[in-house]
Design a protein around this ligand. Structure first.
Ligand code: NAD
Length: 488
């Protein structure tokens, strides 16, 4: 049975294959919980490798069938219908995302609305991403075509389930591919609902298939499947490594977005008030954001003042029930993530860092059942400590002093990651120098804004391979074909 409206404990959601819901082939299902109170909100079918095979087969048939014959205008119209139906169901989808992920309802509404824009953007960009005519030295004409890759496996994480799905699915469909989606274990509900909505607006059966289940089973089967031509993955570096290894076996295309340990570098000439007001750059989505600025590197001259202001602003962040319109941060997405974050904070303390704010769960009784964690600020941190090197993925920030520009850059680049970062300074030349020397894919100056729909998004080093968003994503969901036609 489909989940309609806000999910309740009795709801059961099947796999979505070839335009229908199915139980898993072995009948297995698992509970999905609301991290704000630990209550079970639904039971979801758990895909086996056999189910993944059925989903890939449906996607393959759809690719060779009606969808494969769609012209660019028909694909654009399909994407626009998806955007419209998402908007028409915005409140329901937002409510489901809030109950399933724990994100504040105001953020959830924003994310669902933004996802609709993503589908719309890619509908509009279809005519913008084509081939070229190339003057070749032989007598004749050189042409390139951008062609779909085929069946694409989209493996999605739990921090922004509906948004990150849109980042992958919209460009994949825009270029004419079909998809098998593996949502994260904890957060499959809005993806499953999207399958139903797509059917309602006439997207042909088999174009979008959804196989919730365990990463090492369903995700691994998808990554290894010989008929899947591309995997687009967002998640941890450890899982990304396994996926890349699986893709290597049959030279499957593979793009990976793998999180970060991003630095916000604050110079002594910065607008300190503005820089210290950017606390949501780490607390937004309860810190479960791959672009979260989990390290603030601050010039020694202004370090003490900056820490005071940052802590003061952090105290004002409203943590609470995600259904409350005023809440700015809800619980972590799962008790598992709560354990991980608590473990990292303990490691920070035992390695000698100082907690100047937070460092545990809120004591308020009404929050005690949920996976809540307080905004947490560390000082006395060196860049080699666990809390400065590992992606904590919680509302935890390390503030580290530096002496000069060279040291700031060395610390900023001193992790295996390279996703995003910020530079705070009034000196434009310095801003440019530091931006150019920071090893990260997405950097902002006097701002913490990382993601723009129209700009490529992705990481250097172990933060991943490939780019999402903008036309870059469309290129990565297509193959380039070169054609030569002689004159005679
Ligand atoms: P994960 O990388 O294991 O999970 C992400 C997705 O990959 C899920 O859909 C999962 O089912 C799937 N998956 C897991 N094992 C797989 C396998 N062997 N083959 C194919 N797919 C597989 O992440 P996690 O364990 O949920 O979280 C661990 C840490 O990862 C977090 O604490 C955080 O640091 C990081 N993370 C980063 C992002 C990001 O946006 N880059 C998102 C989620 C988690």
């Amino acid at each position: 049975m489909a989940i309609l409206g806000a999910p309740a404990a009795g709801d059961y959601a099947g796999l979505w294959i070839d335009g229908k819901t199915h139980p898993s082939s072995d009948g297995a299902a698992y509970p999905v919980i609301n991290p704000a109170n630990g209550a079970q909100i639904a039971t979801v079918a758990q895909a086996t490798a056999e189910d993944v095979d059925a989903a890939v087969s449906a996607a393959s048939t759809a690719y060779r069938g009606e969808w494969g014959r769609y012209g660019p205008g028909e694909r654009a119209a399909a994407l626009r219908r998806l955007a419209e139906v998402i908007r028409a169901n915005l409140e329901e989808l937002a409510l489901t995302e809030t109950r399933n992920v724990g994100k504040p309802i105001s953020s959830a509404r924003g994310e669902i609305s933004y996802a609709a824009k993503v589908y719309e953007y890619y509908a509009g960009m279809i005519p913008a991403v084509g081939g070229q005519t190339i003057p070749v030295s032989a007598r004749g004409m050189g042409l390139t075509f951008r062609e779909p890759i085929g069946v694409c496996g989209l493996i999605v994480p739990w921090n922004f389930p509906f948004v990150i799905l849109a980042w992958k699915l919209a460009p994949a469909l825009a270029m004419g591919n079909t998809a098998v989606i593996k949502p994260a274990e904890w957060t499959p509900l809005t993806a499953l609902r999207l399958g139903e909505l797509a059917a309602e607006v006439g997207i042909p059966d088999g174009v979008i298939n959804i196989v919730p289940g365990l990463g090492p089973v369903a995700g691994a089967a998808l990554s290894a499947h010989p008929e899947v031509r591309k995997i687009s993955f967002t998640g941890s570096t450890a899982t990304g490594t396994r996926i890349m290894q699986a893709c290597a076996n049959d030279i499957k295309r593979c793009s990976l977005e793998l999180g970060g340990k991003s630095a916000s570098v604050v110079f002594d000439d910065a607008d300190l008030e503005r820089a210290a007001a950017s606390v949501m750059s780490i607390y937004d989505n309860t810190g479960q954001d791959c672009c979260g600025r989990s390290r603030y590197l601050v010039h020694r001259e202004v370090f003490t003042e900056f820490v005071e202001r940052f802590v003061e602003n952090s105290r004002k962040v409203k943590i609470g029930d995600p259904m409350d319109e005023a809440t700015e941060i809800g619980p972590l997405a799962s008790p598992v993530q709560l354990d991980r974050v608590s473990g990292y904070v303990k490691a920070g303390v035992s390695e000698g860092a100082t907690v100047v704010l937070g460092g545990g769960q809120p004591e308020a009784l009404e929050l005690s059942e949920g996976s809540y964690y307080l905004p947490t600020v560390f000082t006395n941190v060196t860049n080699t400590m666990t809390i400065a090197q590992k992606e904590i993925f919680g509302p935890v920030v390390a503030i580290i002093p530096f002496e000069d520009e060279a040291e700031a850059i060395e610390i900023a680049n001193g992790t295996p990651y390279g996703l995003s970062g910020s530079v705070w300074t009034r000196d434009i030349g310095r801003a440019l120098r530091v931006v150019r020397r920071m090893e990260a894919g997405v950097i902002s100056v006097n701002s913490s804004s990382s993601v723009h729909l129209e700009m490529p998004f992705g990481g250097f080093k172990q933060s991943g391979i490939g780019r999402e968003l903008g036309t870059a994503a469309m290129e990565q969901f297509s193959e380039l074909k070169s054609v030569f036609i002689p004159e005679e």
